[in-house]
Write a protein that binds this ligand. Sequence first.
Ligand code: IVH
Length: 682
Amino acid sequence: MRDRSARGRVEELRRLIRYHNDRYYRDDAPEISDAEYDALFRELQRLEEAHPDLSDPDSPTMRVGAEPVAAFGTVVRDVPMLSLQNAFSEEDLHEFDARVRRFLAGRAVPGDALDRSGYVAEVKIDGLAVELAYEGGRYTRGATRGDGIRGEDVTANLRTIPDVPLSVPRNPAEGGGPAPALLTARGEVYMEKRDLAALNRGRERAGEPVFANPRNAAAGSVRQLDPKVTASRRLKLWVYGAGRIEGARFSSHWEELSRLSGLGLPVNWNGSRRCRTIAEVVVFYREMGEVKESLPYEIDGVVVKVDDTALQRELGEISRSPRWAVAAKFSPDRAETTVEDIVVSVGRTGTVTPVALLSPVVVRGVTVRRATLHNQDMIDAKDIRVGDRVLVQRAGDVIPEVVESLSAAHDAPGRGSKFRMPDRCPICGAPVERVPGEAAHRCTGDGCVAKRKEALSHFVAKNAMDIEGMGTKIVSALVDQGLVTEPADLYRLERETLAAMERLGKKSADNLVRAIDRSRRIPFSRFLYALGIQHVGEHMAEVLARHFGSIGSLRNAPMEDLTKIREVGPEVARSLRDAFDAPERARALDRLLREVTPLPPTTPAGKGSGKTFLFTGTLSMPRARAAELVRREGGTVATGIRREVDFLVAGADAGGKLAKASAMGIPVLTEEEFLAMLGGKE
Ligand code: IVH
């Protein structure tokens, strides 16, 4: 953004945020959603960071909340109630962990200190932040957060909330130790969902404005000049920390919570978890995101705190927020954003898929920048165009998709033109054609670079050849530099060539060469899957590998033999034959087989796995039984003598087949040998 327009936007954002601050904090009547407010606030933060010359000590980013209402007395506290930095996604949580580590490293704190401390994760209750003070064990004062230092004195109102103990320990008979001389506890006053619903129903009947959310209801109920009104509302309290406890020093936040709880203050144990790592925090964040609807109270995220109090002190605070804590907000399952462009991506098998490039938006805790549009028909049906406002969703772990175009739904004026699949592949220029009978388009070019990159990335992937360290970026660079055009080329890469590449040092090059070498001997099924033959996924590769045992017998199998296998349909068989018969692909496979040795399946495949047996003469057991044994052990039974037959089992009075087999060099087994081979006497 140019500086002049940045200044204009910064001023506009400050005006907007101040306005909405007043609506939210002073009037308890917000006009925009929290997410919209957060977006404005973050935009301002970003602009101020990018343009330090525009900074202003009066900017809303420098302060929290609004002035206390004059009607209440003011409480000035010496330990300010801080606010929290926000996180909006799982990535942000990892970034928080990284930030904490960097900061501690800069303070020469040993690297494992944070690992030993871990985090405490707590649900973030949507309510009103308050502080309760106890002197000599008696409740003496209650205040709102206000601007952090100065809050409103709402002592009388908070006294009406049943969860607020009027003395601590609440019940001396239950223990909890002696009362501290001075204790300030901090927490959230909230209203359960059903109580809010009931309250709103009553207000609606009385023609009064309803509360938009539990926070407003709690705030509106606590900030009443008449405590009787507060008392009539069903307010509750969770305590999540102490301002100070005289004479006490805790080594961890968890311990602090335990002490507060022991004194009879309500701690939300069900909504709190001690986590060893940030990964465990992410799991908690995900879980809470999933169960939040079923909780009796509203939560809008998860608060994450470094557990060790010594580390907390070391980390300190920055612009009124502690460095040791963060509030990870939940994001919706669906979100609105803008389609910046529609591009096509060319897949491994040449399928050309339209993809929407989106203005980044967080959906279910993950930042989404691309979403598949599936195919031309789908785009037409939903009428999605560049520039449209769209609804994006992520369900489970699926790839993000565009649910609908809001611009189309609202018949927005001045929309872009309709998307049309390009006639030619954007990568190789070969014609793009619609696959007959399907919605998909495909690039007809053989040498398409994009196809090559995808095929190679698939080849090196973990569940294929598992060449560790060979990511998509390196593959792409190798292809671009003309170093690799087909899988066999990977095995001819020199350490020096790799070490000379950007981002790759000597050490990574060494590791990469070792990883490539390790993949030279690989189970046949993985090798087959790595070839990336259409319709041959991991399971199909396993089936084929077990059945044929070697690439030699598979590539020679005629259509009939292929389709005889129960799980192999004509489509798969056709695709296999196409892959093996195309001369250029056959030569590439030969080249690859000079580098790589696919290992025949062992366990759990059967003893006859991949082997073909032919019977002749009279056996002591019925032929059907013998054939069943072969199949049970993973083998195949042939009906006539062919090159692919691995063993001829000859019974009494064997005739012409025996002679032929001997002539062709096919090993001949007696019935005893056959049984011994496939697992003895049945
Ligand atoms: S800790 C320095 N823990 O979220 C620590 N806050 O900006 C400051 N909130 O209005 C707060 N649940 O009242 C903390 N388990 C929890 C919380 C929580 C809700 C509120 C808090 C404040 C906002 C944080």
